[in-house]
Design a protein around this ligand. Structure first.
Ligand code: ZN
Ligand code: ZN
Length: 678
């Protein structure tokens, strides 16, 4: 994180604070809490918080409502001492709810601390990008409370088995609160953080205990690999491809095998009802010289076609019924505001190239956010709309190139964000992604740095109101990441997220004595857009339960850690599938030396959500024979590792970690799977 400290500004702040009088009473409430006087402490936290925000402000604010979101004019209008006091009260309320064993409410209050912290950015004279860490000239208390809140959240997420978010929160405390005083160091607990850096997300050890701790924050699920015949070109592995589902078929187009190629311009379909073999369709017909590489593009289903926007004013279309490619021309007339936002030569995408943008269609309009074009590596935050009936473009927000200072009214510049549209087609959502600051540095652009920045934000664009709202990450959310797989399941009214990559979260592999400054994920989450009712036995009557929220999907087995995989949901059956992606070879155990390896496997995700096809899952069988990332579970002891297949007539249906476990489990395996010694 970059530090931002302006000397003049700091001295102004110190003057202001010397003259301000705010009672810092969260400390008195803390003493009550420590003394075991919980009820009195809770009342004092709430009273103090109400004094600051006023009696009508809802605390904690529910996610996804009204002006809602993270940014509130009440919070941005406070001064540093009020922020400190309010954050102290919210942290105290989180502790109180933990005491009451209400984990969800504790997390809601900790998210309130995050919201207050985010609003302190408005205090900076120059708007700051998210990768800048705002160092307020606040009392040490401000930083101590923030550290304590991050660490408490880390402990809660760890207890839920959400190791990615647990590690990220504690890591954030370490990296954004420098210089670390002895007190901060003690709170962050660096030895504990070093342990977390050795965890994979998910940890195969954690998924062994597959019981959900909290039905409000977790749901059981299952990943099953489909058995598809190998085809040299497609099943050998793909990254940077486009994919979608239409009429019971999973489509994959373009991309590449590895970063060194080969590069593809082909199109394939798999019949999901009978997924035995990939069928090849006509190649993308536009020449490389016109379009550039078919990499990092999106294909979006619209009626019985799919729309492909590559940054050119000509849109390519694949007709899914006739299975033929066509195209049509679009027009765009920049406004004065567009020109002020950097549009030149009457077209928003310089060099007519665009990759790694987010794309969605709603109400016959194509929405395009961010991505890299001919003159930006870091990614832009242009938000464009193409009316597919009039074929006219309009800029909705953002800039062609990231300006010197941030703009808090819209998401920051980025690539590879995930996106979806709400069921009622009134909101376009945007999740995570990264600012490629490493690429910017390499190409001598503004905002360059040694490593990319992975966003931890979520936004939604109101189509009728035409404005952005920065959303709260309520519930049990995935940690910041990019190149994640994400899809909206229309039938289940839920968003699924799998895997991805975080460019700055370290991973330690102790046995090999190596350390990476990045992490790959294979964890699965669901964003519940309309939770039906509060879980039974809940203590609290707060509104948070009915607001949209994240849950982690706990599975015995899971595909290998990876980024650039793609999820797609079949709107007819409600089934969810994942295909492809890649991982750095060193990150997983391997025998061959390659820079990276890509995957050509396709998996189905089932979950316990209503309509999630969970009745088809054999949990007992999975617990003992599933693939846990690059490892396999031992049939007898269920521990994950590079175990040997059973050599009997079952043809390797189960694995054993060694002789003793083979001896222990053989009889049961023989009966269960009708295996005989070969
Ligand atoms: Zn074993
Ligand atoms: Zn066997």
């Amino acid at each position: 994180m970059d530090q931002h400290l302006n000397d003049t500004f700091e001295s102004q702040l110190l003057d202001m604070m010397a003259n301000a009088y705010v009672s810092v009473n969260y400390g008195a409430a803390d003493k009550l809490l420590e003394a075991g006087n919980f009820k009195a402490a809770k009342n004092m936290y709430l009273d103090e918080a109400r004094k600051i925000v006023g009696p009508d402000f809802r605390l904690p604010a529910p996610a996804g409502e009204g002006d809602g979101g993270v940014i509130s004019s009440v919070y941005t209008g406070l001064n540093p001492l009020e922020w400190t006091n309010l954050m102290g009260c919210c942290l105290g309320m989180a502790k109180w709810h933990l005491h009451e064993k209400d984990t969800e409410m504790a997390l809601a209050w900790l998210e309130e601390v995050n919201a207050v912290y985010r609003c302190t950015y408005f205090y900076s004279p120059d708007p700051l990008y998210d990768w800048m860490d705002f160092h307020l000239a606040t009392p040490q208390d401000f930083r101590v409370i923030r550290a304590r809140a991050l660490v408490l959240a880390s402990q809660i997420f760890l207890s839920l088995g959400n190791t990615g978010t647990a590690t990220t929160r504690r890591h954030t405390a370490l990296t954004t609160l420098h210089p670390l005083t002895p007190q901060l160091k003690e709170i962050v607990d660096i030895p504990c953080l070093l342990d977390l850096y050795q965890t994979r997300h998910p940890s195969p050890q954690v998924t062994l205990s597959n019981d959900t701790v909290s039905t409000a924050l977790q749901v059981r699920g299952s990943w099953t690999k489909l058995n598809v015949a190998k085809s040299d070109v497609l099943t050998g592995g793909r990254e940077d491809f486009a994919s979608f589902i239409w009429n019971g078929r999973f489509y994959v187009a373009g991309g590449r095998k590895t970063s060194l190629g080969p590069w593809y311009r082909d199109l394939w379909a798999l019949n999901l009802e009978n997924p035995s073999e990939w069928r090849r369709l006509p190649d993308y017909p536009v020449a490389f010289s016109q379009s550039g590489m078919f990499a990092g593009w999106r294909m979006v289903v619209h009626n019985n076609t799919t729309v492909l926007f590559t940054g050119r004013s000509t849109i390519d279309v694949f007709d899914l019924v006739t299975e033929q490619w066509t195209s049509f021309k679009t027009t765009y007339v920049p406004t004065a505001a567009d020109i002020a936002a950097g549009v030149q030569n009457r077209w928003p995408y310089p060099k007519e190239r665009l990759s790694d943008a987010a794309m969605q269609i709603a109400n016959d309009k194509l929405y395009v956010f961010g991505g890299s074009h001919g003159t930006t590596s870091i990614g832009c935050n242009l938000f464009m709309e193409l009316d597919l009936r009039t074929r006219k473009w309009r800029r909705l927000s953002g800039y062609v190139r990231a300006p010197r200072h941030a703009d808090y009214s819209c998401p920051g510049p980025r690539k590879s964000a995930a996106s979806w549209v709400s069921k009622d087609k009134t909101r376009v959502y945007l999740l995570f992604g990264h600012a490629d600051r490493e690429g910017a540095s390499f190409h001598d652009e503004a905002h360059g740095a040694e490593s990319a920045f992975g966003y931890e934000d979520m936004w939604s664009w109101s189509i009728p109101e035409e404005r952005w709202r920065r959303e709260r990450m309520s519930g049990n959310p995935p940690c910041a990441r990019t190149e994640l797989a994400c899809a909206y399941n229309e039938k289940l009214e839920k968003v699924f997220v799998f895997g991805g990559y975080q460019p700055t979260l370290p991973t330690y592999v102790m046995e090999q004595r190596i350390q990476f400054n990045y992490s790959y994920f294979a964890d699965t989450f669901v964003y519940d857009m309309s939770p039906s009712s509060p879980p039974s036995g809940t203590v609290s009557q707060e509104p948070t339960y009915s607001a949209p929220k994240w849950k982690q999907v706990l599975t015995h087995g899971f595909p290998t850690y990876r980024c650039q995989a793609q999820l797609a949901c079949d709107p007819a059956t409600g089934r969810t599938y994942m295909f492809g992606g890649f991982t750095n070879n060193q990150y997983i155990p391997t025998r061959t030396k390659l820079f990276s390896r890509s995957f050509g496997d396709i998996w189905e995700l089932r979950t316990e959500e209503s309509g999630g096809h969970f009745d088809e899952v054999n949990l007992e069988e999975e617990a003992r024979s599933s693939k846990a990332g690059p490892w396999q579970r031992c049939f007898s002891c269920a521990s994950p590792g590079p175990w040997k297949k059973c050599g009997g007539s079952c043809k390797g249906r189960v694995f054993f970690c060694g002789g003793p476990c083979l001896k222990d489990g053989w009889k049961e395996h023989k009966e269960m799977h009708k295996c005989r010694k070969a």
